[in-house]
Ligand binder design. Structure first.
Ligand code: NAD
Length: 249
């Protein structure tokens, strides 16, 4: 587990501790130090050697984009599959993760909640079945989340555009101008302790249809990430999707 003392890292370690099919053999955070659920947190230096020494079946990363790329590279060097929950990658960082998947199995998901996978497929269908409706995306997270919009919104915007819906995101609308048909509004709320909510509003024809997934506990993401790690262990190098895990192939 990299990012072991972060909000998600702690939750993943606690989740694994309560499961029969998973155990944390190595917990690291950049400086090391401390304990989470009885597991000692080590520094992240020489990660490839530490992963090999711990005989890890998979790496789970919830850190930041730059460190996630470095840690996945270390996992590839050690021949350890990598599950990445970190969000906010730029194109170069995504390409680096893809490149690592030539050497080891890599699975990157912006949201490990099962309900979000259903939301993503439902949104494609709703766009197709509600042609001409205005589409707006609304997401809400705790006040300490730095990145906006959420990684899940990026996925939703791709699905909306791919299904033939509006493809021009307008972030946090302001000013004195009517919306255009090709706009998809994106609204990011950062407040309090909200774990995470992502939703889509469809409006037209004197009606409004809204669909929202609301995470009520970080445990939902942690459970999905541990499921992904258990599923990825022992696979061939390559690029995998969280949908593959849920399909149980
Ligand atoms: P957090 O800030 O609580 O924890 C991040 C941890 O990573 C910290 O312990 C920090 O020390 C470490 N870290 C950050 N940058 C680092 C770097 N450059 N080098 C080494 N260590 C570094 O954050 P969080 O709420 O746990 O979220 C972590 C990431 O996971 C974010 O990108 C967030 O958007 C994402 N996230 C994804 C999901 C999902 O389901 N995929 C769910 C929640 C959060």
């Amino acid at each position: 587990m990299t990012g072991a003392t972060g909000r998600m890292g702690r939750t993943v370690i606690e989740t694994a501790a309560g499961r029969e099919d998973a155990a944390v053999v190595l917990a690291v955070n950049r400086g090391g130090g401390g304990e989470v659920a009885g597991v000692t947190v080590e520094p992240a230096a020489d990660l490839a050697d530490r992963l090999a020494a711990a005989d890890a079946d998979a790496l789970v990363d919830f850190t930041g984009p730059e460190s996630a790329v470095r840690y996945v590279d270390a996992a590839a060097e050690a021949g350890v599959p990598a599950v990445v929950g970190t969000t906010g990658f730029d194109d170069d960082q995504r390409a680096a993760l893809r490149a690592a998947s030539d050497r080891t199995p890599v699975l990157v998901a912006a949201n490990f909640a099962r309900g979000v996978q259903v939301l993503l497929s439902a949104v494609s269908e709703l766009v197709e079945r509600l042609p001409g409706y205005d589409v707006e995306v609304v997401e809400r997270y705790h006040r300490r989340k730095a990145e906006a919009p959420s990684g899940t919104v990026e996925r939703l915007l791709d699905r909306i555009a791919d299904a033939g819906g509006p493809d021009r995101p307008v972030y946090g609308r302001q000013g004195d101008q009517e919306r255009d048909d090709d706009e998809v509004g994106v609204h990011s709320i950062r407040a309090g302790d909200v774990v995470g909510e992502n939703g889509v509003v469809f409006a037209g024809n004197h009606e409004v249809l809204e669909i929202t997934q609301r995470a009520e506990d970080r445990g939902v993401f942690a459970a999905g990430a541990v499921d992904a790690a258990a599923w990825l262990a022992g696979r061939d190098p390559g690029w995998y999707e969280f949908d593959d895990v849920l399909a149980g192939d």
